[in-house]
Design a protein around this ligand. Structure first.
Ligand SMILES: *Cc1c(COP(=O)(O)O)cnc(C)c1O
Length: 312
């Protein structure tokens, strides 16, 4: 293992600040939008605006990280991600606004020698210490020996470790509140999935008769088992009514097509919603396609969870 550290940016005396965090906006607002692609099939579309929960710790990341920060009880937080990870940025922001030192273990040792990309620069500006590791070390990060070595290397052996993507039981239980906020407000709730932690919690929080629909943005078809396992760990078994539609990943994580880009731009023009491209665009596209296919009965209210907003 040859991880390399990058010091905090000059002038940053660490992630711990005494600034009082802004209160979150919870429950997040529900916004009705009028969209003929839904209305002509007798459907109502509502947006669950989790992107408005907090200006700096956005969307489902608030719901997933705040319970983890509480569980950390002041210990430094260590987590993992790729060079453009939303989760890393959110963890760095959580550290700054909630007063906890954070370290991000970043996939790709070669990145240590290059200028930081805008996503990692934001992490560093929020006080996150970045530790770059080669891909094979990164793959083995969950093995106890590798993890132990990593934690020693970053000088955080007492750290509270949050997994890549942030989906542990605390996060999944945090997302159950999202489902609870939507009780009685929609028959179908769509959410874009990375690790599936948000879907696992959301489905558990909905009332009987409501169902959650996950749209994976990664290809591979592994998510069904992952979401089930997350629910087993968080709740003791499969919970609530949920399913996945694997057709809308557009080639995989961060992949896009001209059609998806055009759809997202058009949605922004129609509804004034800044459409986050890695996740939210694929969800909205998927829901519009399903509406067009007649997948929802007339009279159905479809809620789309706006899990984040574009970066920068
Ligand atoms: C992280 C993220 C997700 C994925 O959440 P999971 O719990 O990993 O499935 C969805 N949308 C946005 C905007 C995100 O940043």
């Amino acid at each position: 293992m040859h991880g390399r550290l990058r010091a905090r940016s000059p002038g940053d005396n660490g992630a711990v600040t005494s600034r009082t965090p802004l209160p979150p906006r919870l429950p997040s607002p529900l916004q009705e939008v009028r969209d003929d692609r839904f209305e002509r099939h007798g459907l109502r579309l509502v947006l669950k605006r989790d992107d408005l929960i907090h200006p700096e710790l956005v969307g489902n990341k608030w719901r997933k990280l705040v319970p983890n920060v509480e569980a950390a009880r002041g210990r430094p937080l260590v987590t993992f991600g790729g060079a453009y990870s939303n989760h890393l940025r959110a963890t760095a922001a959580a550290g700054r606004i909630l007063g906890l030192p954070t370290t991000g273990v970043v996939r790709g040792e070669e990145l240590a020698d290059r200028p930081l990309n805008p996503s990692l620069a934001r992490c560093a500006a929020d006080g996150m210490r970045l530790h770059f590791v080669d891909r094979s070390t990164y793959r083995r990060k969950n093995e106890p020996e590798t993890l132990g070595t990593l934690l020693r290397a970053v000088g955080a052996e007492d750290a509270y470790v949050v997994p890549e993507g942030g989906s542990n039981s605390a996060a999944v239980r945090g997302c159950r509140v999202l489902g609870a906020e939507l009780r009685g407000l929609a028959e179908v709730v769509g959410v874009a999935c990375g690790t599936g932690g948000t879907l696992a919690g959301l489905a558990a929080g909905l009332a009987p008769g409501q169902r959650a629909l996950g749209v994976p943005v990664l290809r591979g078809g592994f998510l069904e088992g992952d979401v089930q396992a997350l629910q087993e760990r968080a709740f003791g078994g499969r919970t609530g009514s949920w399913s996945l539609d694997e057709r809308f990943h557009f080639g995989g994580y961060a992949r896009t097509t001209p059609e998806l880009d055009a759809f997202a731009e058009d949605f922004e023009d129609r509804h004034g919603l800044p459409v986050e491209r890695l996740y939210v665009a694929k969800l909205l596209y998927g829901l519009a396609a399903l509406a067009e296919e007649g997948a929802f009965a007339r009279g159905t209210t479809v809620a789309a969870v706006v899990t984040g907003r574009p970066f920068p």
